[in-house]
Design a protein around this ligand. Structure first.
Ligand code: SF4
Length: 426
């Protein structure tokens, strides 16, 4: 949203490093990110709850010019959700757009007053930043059209670029000389783990099944690590994954986890049902979800579930897999971008494992919905792929409870296993 102003294209917001500047690591798609501004086919100023930080709201309410003050203040709404603190958000017009968005697709605040007057959420979007010390990470929300377009279209979009002192990554003791402690993954540990996982998904020369197998094994081991008892195990895990990645026999991992649509589809049916309910926020996704599940919804028995599994597996074999095979970078790029969208691997090891599950669910739903869009409409694969990616990214950004509800459901049924994680990713 940040660059909807007067045609100005802003870049990834990379700060020039000075002597005390942090080292920034980011994938290439963010390092030279440029908002599509008025050329965006689905602006992020539409259909979202756009939060306005208290500082910006106050500044707008005190604008020196009475006419500007009135216009800016009218664009703000106090939102009162049960049990939650009152929030200030942007007023949306009847077309679902922010009322300060001009007809030409540019932001009137940016155009008239400058980027400095934007709400923090508008200025930062689609950037997702983590890290607090000398080592920071920046990724992009997959809900942004341009992020989705680059991730799906550019083979090297996920290659990491760093700006600042590269030795920060290698410091033996930890960030700023302070060793990481406590139950959460430290910034430097996160950088190593993230880097090895991105390189794993970036090995477009390897079979997808082999990359999925190594990732699944890595996540399984990550879930067993208690950082309070031993931090060394995390470093050992990174080094082991790194060394396996270099070995030629990795291709032999191919058969460890078979593709199992009959395991995946029943798992996704509950979440597809919830997608039916999001019609208000994303009608095209809800429509596709409804069409995909209509046979199951009408009968709801084991036979219709069986035929749903069969139909989707056959649609995937005929329509989706050949498209994916023709683009060897696509699977790895989209799963890696979904992981970054989930801020993998921030927090405790268990939080990082949950992020991996969320990324796997995103990927499985993306495949399901792209199959649906391609078969139910005459949209070409590239268009459907980008559209489903950013629409799903927006749904999940606004609806994190759905992912955790699904994970809890899998836990309750005792099926949240490595085999299912791998099956979702296949
Ligand atoms: S979705 Fe992305 S490209 Fe489109 S207007 Fe928003 S930030 Fe810019």
């Amino acid at each position: 949203m940040n660059a909807h102003a007067a045609g100005v294209r802003t870049h990834g917001g990379v700060r020039r490093p000075g002597p005390a500047a942090p080292t920034w690591i980011q994938p290439r798609y963010m390092a030279d990110f440029a908002c599509l501004a008025d050329a965006c086919p689905n602006t992020c100023c539409k259909g979202w709850t756009i939060e306005v930080d208290p500082g910006t709201a106050e500044r707008w309410r005190r604008h020196a010019d009475p006419a500007h003050r009135a216009r800016l203040t009218t664009a703000l709404v106090e939102r009162r959700d049960p049990g939650a603190p009152v929030r200030t958000v942007m007023r949306l017009g009847s077309n679902g757009c922010c009322t300060l968005l001009r007809e030409d697709g540019l932001c009137s605040v940016h155009a008239e007053f400058g980027e400095d007057w934007l709400a923090e959420s508008c200025r930062n979007y689609p950037r997702l930043e983590t890290g607090t010390g000398s080592l920071r990470h920046r990724a992009g929300s997959i809900g942004c059209v341009e992020v989705a377009r680059r991730v799906l279209g550019e083979p090297d979009a996920l290659t990491e670029a760093s700006e600042g002192d590269p030795l920060v990554m290698l410091a033996p003791v930890g960030i700023d000389g302070i060793p990481a402690r406590g139950p959460a993954i430290g910034d430097q540990e996160a950088a190593w783990l993230r880097s090895v996982v991105l390189r794993l998904f970036g090995r477009h020369d390897l079979p997808w099944s082999a990359r999925v197998a190594l990732f699944t094994i890595t996540i399984e081991d990550l879930g067993r690590i208690d950082l309070v008892r031993s931090r060394r195990r995390l470093l050992d895990l990174v080094l082991r994954t790194e060394s396996v990645l270099r070995r030629p026999e990795l291709a032999g991992f191919d058969g460890i986890f078979p593709a199992e649509p009959e395991r995946v589809v029943p798992t996704l049916v509950p979440i597809v049902r919830v997608l039916l309910e999001v019609g208000r926020s994303d009608a095209p996704i809800a429509e596709t979800a409804r069409a995909l599940t209509v046979s199951f919804e009408s009968a709801g028995d084991a036979t219709s579930l069986g035929s749903l599994v069969e139909n989707l597996a056959s649609a995937s074999r005929k329509g989706l897999e050949p498209e994916l095979d023709a683009r060897p970078h696509l699977r790895g790029n989209l799963v890696a971008a979904a992981l970054l969208h989930e801020r993998f691997p921030v927090g405790r090891p268990s939080t990082a494992v949950d992020a991996a599950w969320n990324a796997a669910l995103f990927w499985a739903l993306w495949k399901l919905l792209v199959c649906g869009v391609v078969f139910l409409s005459d949209k070409p694969f590239e268009t459907a792929a980008v559209e489903v990616a950013y629409r799903l990214g927006r749904i999940f950004a606004h609806w994190p409870a759905a992912q955790s509800a699904l994970r809890r459901d899998l836990d309750r049924r005792g099926v949240r296993t490595s085999a299912l994680l791998a099956a979702l990713l296949r």
